[in-house]
Structures are given as C-alpha cells and as structure tokens.
Ligand binder design. Structure first.
Ligand code: C5P
Length: 240
C-alpha cells in the first residue's frame, strides 16, 4: 500500500489518497483546536493517542455489529479507512447535560438526561457549525428525511455500545459527536473519529474530565487525560 497525495487537511487530521481503490489514509495530527479554531496548540503525542483510541473504539463497535469506515491501524498516527463522501452534519448524542446545551438551556452541567438526546449541527466553519432542525436539513439538502432517521438510529446504537464499554472502564460517556459518510453505492457509514477530542468522558467516581474540555477550559494536561482513556480502554487495566 502506497501513501499518495494529500486530499484534505482538517484541524486534527490529514487525509491522503492511496494506490488502493476507495481506500484512504488518515493521519492524526498533534494540533489541538477549540472554539472553531480560535484556540490552538501543538501537543506532542496527541495524534498517536487519538489514533489508538479511535482504533479501539471502531473495533469495539465492529465487534457489536456496527460498521464504520475504519479498516486498520497502520502506524502510531495513521489508519486506513474506506472512502466516503462526508454528510455535512455533526450528529451529537447527549446522555448528561454539558457544554453548549447546558449553556443554551441554562441547565446545570452534570444533570443526567432521562433519555439520550440527538442533535444535528450543520458542518460549516463560516457559520460556526450551527445547531439545525430536521426541516433545515431538508432545506439545505444535507440529507434526506430517511437518512436523518437512519443517522439517529445509528447514533443511538453507537451510544448504547459505547456507554456500556466505557462503564466497564469506570467512565461516564457524557456526550459525543459522530460524522457519517456515503459510500459510492449510497450506503451510510460511520466515519471520521471517535476519541476524547469528540467525546466528553468523565470518571465515574470523581467526575474528573478526561477529554478535550481539559484543553478548552485549561484544567490540566491533555496528554495525561487522553493517556488515562487509552490505558483504561486498552492498556494493562483493559476492560472487556
Ligand atoms: O460543544 P457541545 O456541548 O455542543 O459538544 C457536544 C459534544 O460534541 C462534545 O463531546 C464535543 O466534544 C463534541 N463536538 C465535536 N466537534 C464539534 C462540536 C462538538 O467533537 N465541532
């Protein structure tokens, strides 16, 4: 397998074409950004940690019958994925009140939600990725009504598997963001990454934060937090 030209560079990853048909190479960067790129830093080891964590989580989902674009981890910071055309929506699932929803509704962070909430945000940096309704999604032609239902169902299934997996590691899955893509034959496939960059992960007992809020809120070391997640997921104290 050969790494060919750079196709796309985002805030946290680079995507390269390969010499294999419909197979892309994702390279996880050490860059950390928050607040739509306003806060930035280079953090040694972040790319490796997110690549490894994302690999373990995609593998866990596959074991539970949830397919994704993930093919295999290639190196410390690289993985191979299936080529998809990304649906311009961020699908957020919330189990515990936190972050932007806590601010928007004035409900205290940490308040458990009776049932998980699914939200859609329009992937558009110029607009600051606004929260949108299902009617807006139709208006923007970002996805069909049927696809919106599929996205919701898939996101809730991912939530079930991840809640129980993290629980086995003593971690509460507060909320997370997923992205999906369409394969050439029009199938929706889970894509992008699942890592402490895209999830809120709190210690079950102490509520200590092991996710990007550590960086956003300057409340500790990002590498210590992400290493803790990696150790609990796949290190010597690996959970089942
Ligand atoms: O900021 P907010 O509370 O809406 O974030 C909800 C969840 O989605 C958090 O886990 C956050 O890390 C994730 N997220 C993300 N990328 C974004 C926006 C949110 O990974 N662009």
């Amino acid at each position: 397998m050969q790494k060919l030209n750079l196709l796309y560079e985002g805030k946290a990853k680079q995507i390269y074409r390969t010499n294999e048909d419909a197979v892309l190479l994702v390279s996880y960067k050490n860059s950390a950004t928050a607040f739509n790129g306003e806060k930035k830093a280079e953090i040694e080891g972040k790319g490796r940690l997110n690549n490894e964590i994302s690999t373990l989580l995609f593998e866990k989902l596959a074991e539970n019958g949830i397919e994704s674009h993930f093919i295999k981890r290639l190196s410390q910071t690289e993985q191979l994925v299936k080529e998809v055309s990304i649906v311009p929506l961020e699908v957020v699932v919330r189990n515990i009140m936190a972050g932007s929803l806590s601010k928007r509704l004035g409900i205290e962070e940490g308040t458990p939600l009776k049932t998980p909430i699914v939200e859609f945000y329009y992937k558009n940096d110029d607009l600051g990725d606004p929260l949108i309704t299902e009617d807006h999604i139709e208006l923007l032609e970002a996805a069909t009504k049927e696809q919106v239902q599929q996205l919701k169902e898939a996101a809730l299934k991912v939530n079930q598997v991840l809640i129980s997996h993290f629980k086995n590691c003593g971690i509460r899955l507060v909320d997370f963001k997923l992205e999906f893509g369409l394969t050439k034959n029009g199938t929706l496939l889970l894509a992008d990454e699942i890592s402490p960059d895209t999830c809120r992960l709190w210690d079950e007992k102490t509520n200590e934060k092991f996710d990007k809020d550590v960086f956003r809120r300057d409340i500790g070391s990002l590498t210590d937090a992400y290493s803790e997640i990696l150790n609990r997921l796949g290190g010597e104290t690996a959970c089942t």
